[in-house]
Design a protein around this ligand. Structure first.
Ligand SMILES: Cc1cc2nc3c(=O)[nH]c(=O)nc-3n(C[C@H](O)[C@H](O)[C@H](O)COP(=O)(O)OP(=O)(O)OC[C@H]3O[C@@H](n4cnc5c(N)ncnc54)[C@H](O)[C@@H]3O)c2cc1C
Length: 360
């Protein structure tokens, strides 16, 4: 490993791999740093819309079979709200991926030098110069680069260093902790669908993958009990004995339009930038923002402008669209068609109430 790179990308999720791929294909010398060893686990349903599938196939080539879940196609979600159920079909034919093998495939095809098991712990950035400190156990090393892409997910260290005020005011308070329960249970559920639950004081997402049910819950102390009660009452869930418990985080700082795309020569992509849709989904936005970050860096070379300015311009339409969808239930919201909600919540004020309930 060298100590100097054109670009260091922190985080080998979809956003980081997309940025690394875009830059290495243009001849940039790229280091992709990942804190975990690949393949790593990531709590995620892996519902990938057709638009994102196409992006991956265009940039990385054919996705190997072992990256897909056996049920393969993603059809949409059912929203459970009080005693009603609403179908939210997926926008086009999507796929269900297995994150460990999918993300490893992306990293291997990224064209970057991949450094696994090293965590970015701090950094200093100036105009076209970044010094990044990497740590592993008791060891540390410093790498230098001209550009940095922080794609280190919901609790981004890069964001904390490059925009400390933004981190304190928006990112840290906007981070949601989820309790993740996973187990082999009998549940009459079609794995091509996600389940969204919304109730007083919280919500949950559930999915069945490789014959295991995963339930990710957020909200008050009562939320877990409420989510399980819905599954028992509405779907006949009978036992939760032997469930594995874990924790995940989701970055909802953009709930009020507070995205952070970086500063100067250090850009943020994916969930590190707050890029999730109103349902908290982020694979499509991660891939897209990684791509745009790479293009902004390339376009800034030789020009008297920082990549951050170009990246903001490129991302503006996407951010506007995300905001618009959050405010207009009834059409496409994220990767889902919400027409059934328009029918169920006819008047504008009822829809405004529902919006707050769903995305507030
Ligand atoms: C329960 C659940 C279900 C979901 N289901 C879906 C879904 O079906 N569809 C969808 O589109 N989205 C879904 N999401 C959201 C989706 O998982 C994320 O939005 C997406 O993974 C974001 O991609 P990313 O590349 O920005 O970050 P990540 O995928 O989180 O990748 C970040 C990487 O950075 C690494 N990293 C972190 N800190 C450091 C550091 N300091 N140094 C080095 N490396 C670091 C991490 O180990 C990780 O590998 C779900 C989320 C949850 C919690």
């Amino acid at each position: 490993m060298d100590e100097y790179y054109d670009v260091v990308v922190v985080g080998a999720g979809p956003a980081g791999c997309a940025a690394a791929k875009g830059l290495s294909s243009e001849g940039f010398k790229v280091l992709l740093v990942e804190r975990e060893r690949l393949p790593r686990e990531k709590p995620c349903a892996g519902f990938l819309p057709s638009e994102a599938l196409k992006m991956v196939e265009d940039d990385f080539g054919t996705i190997p079979e072992d990256c897909f879940s056996p049920q393969a196609s993603a059809k949409g979600a059912f929203l459970f709200l009080e005693e009603e159920t609403y179908e939210l079909p997926f926008d086009g034919e999507g796929a269900v991926i297995r994150r460990p093998s999918f993300d490893r495939f992306l990293a291997e095809r990224s064209g970057a030098e991949v450094l696994e098991g090293w965590k970015a712990s701090s950094l200093e950035s100036g105009r076209f110069r970044v010094n990044l400190r990497l740590e592993r156990d008791e060891e540390y090393r410093v790498v230098e680069a001209t550009y940095l892409v922080g794609a280190d997910g919901a609790r981004s260290t890069v964001l904390e260093y490059i925009r400390p005020e933004f981190h304190r005011l928006y990112a840290s308070p906007g981070t949601v902790k989820l309790t993740v329960l996973e187990g082999e249970v009998e549940l009459g559920w079609d794995p091509a669908y996600l389940g969204f639950l919304r109730f007083k004081g919280g919500g949950a997402t559930f999915f069945v993958k490789d014959e295991r049910l995963t339930l990710a819950v957020w909200g008050t102390g009562e939320a877990e009990r409420r989510a399980l009660a819905v599954l028992e009452r509405r779907l006949g869930l009978s036992s939760t004995v032997g469930w594995r418990r874990g924790i995940a985080h989701s970055n909802r700082m953009a709930r009020n339009g507070a995205y952070c795309l970086g500063a100067g020569c250090a850009l943020l992509a994916g969930e590190a930038a707050g890029l999730v849709d109103p349902w908290g989904h982020g694979l499509r936005l991660a891939l897209r923002s990684g791509r745009e970050a790479a293009s902004a860096i390339m376009d800034s070379v030789g020009e008297n402008v920082t990549p951050h300015v170009l990246y903001m311009r490129r991302m503006k339409p996407l951010l506007h669209e995300n905001e618009r969808q959050r405010k207009e239930l009834g059409g496409r919201v994220g990767d889902f068609d919400t027409a059934s909600l328009k029918e169920g919540f006819g008047s504008p004020w009822r829809r405004a109430f529902l919006r707050r309930r769903l995305f507030g």
